[in-house]
Design a protein around this ligand. Structure first.
Ligand code: MG
Ligand code: ZN
Length: 430
């Protein structure tokens, strides 16, 4: 009997705690493609050389668990971002390409829609186009992630509880929202949304719904923008616009960690991680002041088979990655047809090229920016001793980080579909 009453007491305590922990605001953050190698490498990248210790990062401070990422059996073990986001938004395994639909292409309810049904405000703040796979799988339903125009249409045409799915949309996407056949931005404006297309306008927004688009597709690489003026600025604004008495649900995505991974571009990978880390540091402060907010951070999968040290050499050097002053892709474009391409390369890379590096660059057709970009990435891999095994995704488990109200529910190993299931439960608990 004794153990039974102790158990009953324990159950009572945990339920009581759970009710106290019911978050008012929920912020889900996806680092697209951010496998464990990325957060580890970021620790070395961010390490202050002036102190003997390797400082823990914002990721280290809030690690709570790991999640498996495999999609529905029909798609094998390796997920894409659409099936990954559907698992994270709806708790349903689907086929690669699915945008919040199940294997039979039937719509499945997402945590963002549940928030809407509960009367909360909702938003997305991402560095990809706002109708890209991850934000789309929280805010719309489609049988294929490639139906970008149809997904953009859905943002205006499909209603949740008689309302638009999203109060706040911040990211890229002019080519999908301002088209010859349809101008969805104008439609949102007629419906009372503020529209901005330049980051300097973020501070001048009035309270109320907003669509802010800052690129034709995704936003520029983090390396081509000043610190804190990209994802941190979007998230700070989204939170400000969404804050209200009933609470809000916000989906944040560091979308381009994945794009850097696909491209095997270690300089951009670390800069995208830095942009996301600055965002999480801001959220860390925000949760301290607003402990009724839950922040859950995870990845949909890892990308590129990124390895920290390659070729049997026990060494990885992030220093050259910190010296870079612009993205290698924009550097490559500026080198095309320049009279002084080697000077440009040294200015962009932030270091003096050695003879081997010079000759590697001189081998390339200087009129071909794509070939130049490939070669600049190769120089970076050699300098830093970075390895890659793929231009696609890999099936390694990803980490879960959490802060604020209810964070302990995400401890341990779980399947990625359990993350939204827990969030659905937290939203229902009284
Ligand atoms: Mg994504
Ligand atoms: Zn990807």
């Amino acid at each position: 009997m004794k153990w039974l009453s102790a158990f009953t007491l324990l159950l009572f305590v945990s339920v009581a705690q759970a009710s106290e922990e019911k978050p008012k605001n929920i912020i889900m953050v996806v680092g697209d493609g951010m496998g464990p190698a990325y957060t580890t490498a970021y620790r070395y990248f961010a390490d202050k050389k002036t102190s003997p210790m390797i400082e823990p990062t914002v990721f280290d401070r809030h690690l709570v668990g790991m999640a498996s990422t495999y999609p529905a059996r029909v798609s094998g073990y390796v997920t894409d971002s659409a099936a990954g986001a559907t698992a994270l938004s709806a708790g349903v395994k689907s086929y690669n390409g699915a945008i919040a639909v199940d294997e039979n292409k039937q719509s499945v309810k997402t945590v963002l829609e549940q928030a809407r049904l509960n009367g909360l405000k909702t938003g997305v703040a991402v560095t990809s186009q706002i109708n890209h796979a991850t934000p789309a799988a929280f805010s719309a339903h489609n049988e294929s992630r490639r139906n970008y125009d149809a997904i953009a249409n859905s943002y205006f045409d499909d209603k949740v509880n008689g309302q638009f799915a999203l109060d706040v949309m911040l990211g890229g996407g002019w080519k999908y929202f301002i088209r010859d056949d349809r101008n969805i931005v104008d439609e949102f404006k007629s419906a009372g949304y503020q529209y901005i297309d330049d980051l300097t306008q973020l501070d001048s927004l009035k309270p109320g719904p907003v669509i802010g688009l800052f690129g034709d597709e995704g936003m520029p690489w983090a390396l081509d923008m000043p610190d804190k003026q990209r994802l941190p600025a979007l998230v700070e604004t989204a939170v400000k616009q969404l804050t209200n008495d009933k609470g809000y649900f916000l989906l944040v995505e560091g979308s381009q960690v994945d794009w850097a991974g696909h491209s095997n571009d270690i300089a951009s990978a670390m800069a995208e991680m830095h942009d996301l880390a600055l965002t999480l540091e801001w959220l860390e402060q925000y949760v301290q002041k607003n402990p009724d907010t839950l922040v859950v951070v995870t990845a949909d999968h890892s990308t590129g088979g990124f390895t920290i040290a390659a070729n049997g050499n026990y060494q990885w050097d992030p220093e050259p990655l910190k010296a870079v002053t612009q993205s290698l892709s924009s550097l490559a474009k500026s080198m095309v047809n320049s009279k002084t391409p080697m000077d440009l390369a040294e200015a962009g890379l932030g270091y003096k090229l050695n003879e081997t590096e010079k000759s590697l660059l001189q081998k390339v057709d200087m009129t071909n920016s794509k070939a130049l970009y490939v070669q600049l990435k190769k120089l970076m891999d050699i300098r830093s001793n970075t390895g890659w095994t793929s231009s696609g995704h890999t099936a390694v488990d990803v980490q879960i980080f959490a802060m604020g109200a209810g964070k302990d529910h995400f401890r341990g190993h779980m399947d990625n579909t359990n993350i939204p299931k827990i969030i659905f439960e937290l939203m229902q608990s009284k």
